[in-house]
Design a protein around this ligand. Structure first.
Ligand code: ARG
Length: 571
């Protein structure tokens, strides 16, 4: 199925070619109007091209309006202001599109170059540490970007770049042998590993030999010592099992789990290369890349005095590996804002090496909690599992109130979908660059720009469709879609904006554009629902309206899915 804006644009373009015998004009996007009185879409084609064509905008607009090529899309046009063209669409055309949506037809994005692989590097927690709220945001935002890009047709590879190679392992191995509480370790491995890590820091304040011991164990690990390697593998396995529980709850999957350690063997060569190219130079025993003053970047250490490699070194090795082993379209990294300098430094180094790789650091602001339970924890380290459980139990209370007659099992399922959806939506509906304040009452509200509001709108439509079914009202593809009122028309147009919104969200890596769209769609549906009867109407209108709301529900579900949010059939 073609995208509505593209089809309209095409009619304008063909008309202009016929009129002016040239293809040399700027094609501005057609935009949906903010007020139905001014038509369905609007374009400033005449204004942007006036200078080039040496004509006044109003005369261009008039010529296009009067000599529009034959088509079955545009009904009429009007000129507004200094040369805007207001475009009114044919009702038949819109009706047909709604039918196609109900038939499950997919949009075609063949004008976008989706060649090659897109690697999205997100979530990426550090082994033996609990995922913090930054990892939640990276996980949820990365997953949504993945869904959005897949929808357009990119081949996306989701890579969890876990932090499984760092100085923490020396300390953990020492702590494990000295202070491990086996029972805790079995029941809650990450908790226990975090505890022994803290113990280590505490004891090493008064005991210098501990640090030495940790360095020694780390060195042994790096030299493939059997015992230490076994422990390291165990820490990874147990940590991943814990993370997987959260991923499962969040309905998140990855294609690969290459952690930092995967690139370790490749790092000595990176240092050689950087030295060869005179990019890395020795400074106080370490290998350091200094940048040009105009880059305004702090120097980047790539190898420490003791020979250890750093975070930047692993990312340089990693992107080289990706470039050599995939047919890269681009690499996208999703982390919090505090890593901006790291990515600028390492991106700059790849440019200095003349590696032509498309890459993007997608960063986001920090999320904070207004509610006491979570804000009291130090450093914003919260238990994500606890957060999701809390969301579910709060959602459950609401479901109990609204729908006490449902079975316990169904209530539980709804609470899970609504709770998790609310948490994800609270994150995704915000501009990712601004800080997010997390407030339970707000995110779980059934009113306003929240997941429960959108999910409820979907469920409400399903309940109308069920009722129609019970009344034996059977709608089929031959039944007309009438679009009598402005309200119906405006809802129908909104339904069709999805693909263009997805493109915008993908180009700017901003799922919140999609969230705004779904919110607008739900509001338009609710206006429709409050103003226009459905099942009480005569058969023709009823069947027409049933088709419109069915398409609305389909699009709500499809777009919530792009945010990784599920729907339920009743709430
Ligand atoms: N493990 C890192 C952290 O928790 C995030 C890794 C992001 N990805 C990357 N290729 N650097 O902060």
């Amino acid at each position: 199925m073609k995208i509505i804006e593209k089809e309209i644009e095409n009619v304008l373009k063909e008309t202009a070619i016929k009129l002016y015998k040239t293809e040399d004009f700027v094609m501005p996007l057609v935009q949906v109007t903010t007020n139905e009185k001014f038509g369905d879409f609007q374009t400033n084609f005449a204004m942007v091209n006036a200078k080039n064509m040496k004509k006044s905008p109003v005369s261009i607009a008039n010529e296009i309006k009067d000599q529009i090529i034959e088509n079955n899309i545009i009904e009429k046009m009007e000129i507004a202001g200094p040369g805007f063209l207001n475009i009114f669409l044919q009702k038949e055309y819109l009706a047909n599109k709604i039918k196609n949506i109900n038939l499950g037809k997919k949009y075609i994005f063949d004008f976008i170059n989706t060649d090659g692989d897109v690697i999205i590097d997100y979530s990426s927690p550090n082994i033996a540490k609990r995922m913090h709220i930054g990892h939640l945001r990276s996980t949820v935002i990365g997953d949504s970007i993945k869904r959005i890009m897949k929808y357009i047709g990119y081949n996306v590879i989701a890579d969890n770049h876990i932090g499984d190679w760092g100085t923490q392992f020396g300390k953990l191995i020492v702590g494990y042998r000295k202070w491990l509480n086996r029972e805790n370790y079995i029941n809650n491995p990450i908790d226990e590993l975090e505890r022994i890590y803290v113990e280590f820091s505490k004891f090493s304040e008064n005991d210098e030999t501990l640090e030495e011991e940790a360095r020694f164990e780390l060195k042994k690990l790096h030299d493939n010592d059997i015992e230490n390697t076994k422990l390291w593998e165990e820490f990874i396995k147990l940590s991943l099992e814990e993370y997987d529980k959260i991923y499962k709850k969040l309905d998140i999957t990855f294609d690969t789990y290459f952690g930092e350690s995967y690139y370790h063997k490749m790092m000595p060569k990176i240092i050689e290369l950087l030295k060869d190219k005179k990019l890395a130079v020795e400074s106080e025993g370490a290998q350091v890349v200094f940048f040009d003053e105009k880059d305004k970047l702090p120097p980047c250490i790539v190898q420490k005095k003791d020979g250890a490699f750093l975070y930047a070194t692993s990312d340089i090795a990693c992107i080289k590996f990706r470039n050599e082993n995939y047919n890269l379209n681009k690499v996208i990294y999703v982390t919090d804002e505090r890593q901006q300098d790291h990515f600028k430094q390492f991106f700059k180094i790849t440019e200095l090496l003349d590696w032509k790789i498309e890459k993007e650091h997608i960063w986001f602001g920090i999320m904070r909690f207004k509610d006491d339970v979570f804000s009291t924890r130090k450093g914003n380290v919260i238990r994500l599992e606890e957060l999701l459980d809390e969301a579910k139990s709060r959602a459950k209370k609401i479901v109990e109130e609204k729908n006490p007659n449902l079975s316990e099992e169904e209530k539980d399922h709804i609470a899970e979908v609504v709770g998790t959806g609310a948490v994800k939506y609270a994150d995704l509906s915000q501009n990712r660059m601004s800080p997010v304040i997390f407030e339970w009452d707000k995110i779980l509200s059934f009113e306003g720009n929240t997941a429960p509001y959108l999910q409820y709108t979907y469920a409400r439509i399903q309940s109308i469709l069920r009722k129609a079914d019970e009344l034996n009202i059977i709608v089929n593809g031959d039944d007309n879609i009438i679009l009598e009122t402005d309200i119906e028309k405006s809802l129908s147009v909104q339904i069709m904006l999805l693909p263009n919104i997805v493109i915008k969200a993908s180009e700017s890596y901003r799922p919140n554009i999609l969230a705004d769209y779904i919110f607008e769609l739900a509001k338009k549906f609710n206006t429709f629902y409050n103003a226009l009867p459905i099942l009480k109407e005569n058969e023709n209108i009823m069947k027409s309206r049933l088709q419109i709301i069915e398409a609305t529900a389909k699009v709500i579900k499809e777009s919530l899915d792009l945010l990784g949010i599920k729907t339920v059939e009743r709430m």
